[in-house]
Design a protein around this ligand. Structure first.
Ligand code: ATP
Ligand code: MG
Length: 357
């Protein structure tokens, strides 16, 4: 997979830009507030239908405009795919090769990508939600049935929680248990297989970046020695009191072990960034192996929080993946890459190919 051409209109400070990234390395440099992160955010939006900064769509539409429009020409296995997104106050419109029916999942299928930005450490230091999203991204790309399964499980969970909240009759709660348990056990099985298959890669990326023993432990979201049904029964009264389901795949986590300790409590901010980056690079590597395609990897200010040696290690691992890499930096630092990148300069939301490339 390779993004050949990208255009954005009315996205944050990007008035109207057109951009042809290199198949391997692209560097976007510019002063603070010139629009570097906005450009990566727009690129990521095209493959995700949402902002990696967690911004609501209304904040992404350029001040004074009614909508933003993004378009990308992707080449996948020698075949061109046209991907478009329009977001106005009326909502999100997605088009993949003219088809509007696929929604955000169609974007993710057409332009699979990962992002390493200065907030990436949250994947390690934050709560389990982001790590579950990480697992689900991996599962979505390597297991074709996963998305449907996950959606059905979410629906069963919502219905069960609604029944718990409406209180009163335990029968209306228990009515959802079979579906919840069947689907929950299948979601868990896929996640567990996905972690198992990625474990060696995760460990290898972790120790390459941190020069330490890194391990990962997947936890299902309920006690290992109980089936999901038994765990649900054990928690029934508490669920009724709290009005939500306390156990299940919606409580899963991927725990990180750094030299035999819980990483999120004992590592520095720079180490958290390296650990989180290791997870992202390992997931990218796994998905590339399964899809037999390079992915798009967006690096926003990779030097942030890292000393020279850590940055060198990170960029060595990045280069080893063979992904299409687009990185930003404040200074024009081409030494980030092992080969000459295509260089762009961004100034007040306007993008230019740098003069001497
Ligand atoms: N909806 C919007 N409409 C117009 N401008 C916006 C909008 N949202 C953000 N901006 C502006 O876009 C500019 C560029 O922000 P961006 O985060 O892309 O900069 P950057 O080049 O990544 O800077 P830094 O080096 O500090 O990370 C900022 O001045 C910001 O105020
Ligand atoms: Mg920025």
């Amino acid at each position: 997979m390779s993004l050949k051409r990208f255009t954005a209109q009315g996205f944050r400070c990007l008035d109207s830009i057109e951009f042809e990234p290199d198949a391997e390395y692209t560097l976007i440099h510019g002063a603070n507030a010139s629009g570097k992160t906005s450009l990566l955010e727009a690129l990521a939006y095209l493959g995700r239908g949402k902002s990696f900064r967690g911004a609501p769509p209304a904040n992404l539409i350029q001040h004074g405009q009614q909508e933003f429009v993004l378009f990308g020409q992707v080449e996948r296995g020698g075949r061109p795919i046209n991907v478009g997104v329009r977001n106005s106050r009326a909502g999100l419109e997605v088009k993949v090769d003219g088809d509007k029916s696929g929604g955000v999942a169609a974007l993710a299928g057409a332009l699979p990508l990962q992002v390493i930005d200065p907030d990436v450490h949250n994947l390690v230091s934050g709560g389990p939600d982001e790590r579950r999203r990480f697992l689900d991204w991996l599962a979505f790309h390597v297991e074709p049935d996963y998305l449907g399964l996950w959606r059905r499980f979410r629906r069963a969970l919502k219905q069960r929680n609604a029944a718990l909240k409406s209180a009163g009759r335990p029968e209306s709660v228990v009515a959802w248990d079979k579906e919840f348990c069947d689907l929950g056990a299948r979601v868990d099985a896929v996640r567990s297989q996905v972690v198992e298959a990625a474990l060696e890669t995760l460990q290898a990326q972790g120790s390459a970046l941190l020069r330490a023993n890194i391990d990962f432990r997947y936890t299902s979201g309920w006690s290992r020695d109980r089936t999901l049904r038994e765990a649900l029964q054990d928690h029934f009264e508490r669920d009724c009191v709290l009005g939500t389901t306390q156990v299940g795949p919606h409580r899963a986590d991927l725990r990180l072990i750094y030299d035999e300790r819980q990483a999120r409590r004992f590592v520095s901010r720079g180490q958290q960034k390296l650990l989180a980056s290791a997870m992202i690079l390992a997931a990218t590597e796994r998905v590339q192996t399964v899809l037999q395609q390079p992915l798009l990897l967006l690096l926003d200010d990779p030097a942030a929080e890292l000393d020279r040696e850590s940055l060198r290690r990170l960029m060595t691992q990045v280069a080893g993946l063979g992904s299409q890499v687009i990185a930003t930096s404040v200074e024009r630092d081409e030494s980030l890459f092992p080969a000459a990148p295509r260089v762009f300069h961004v100034e007040q939301g306007d993008l230019r190919v740098s003069a001497d490339t």
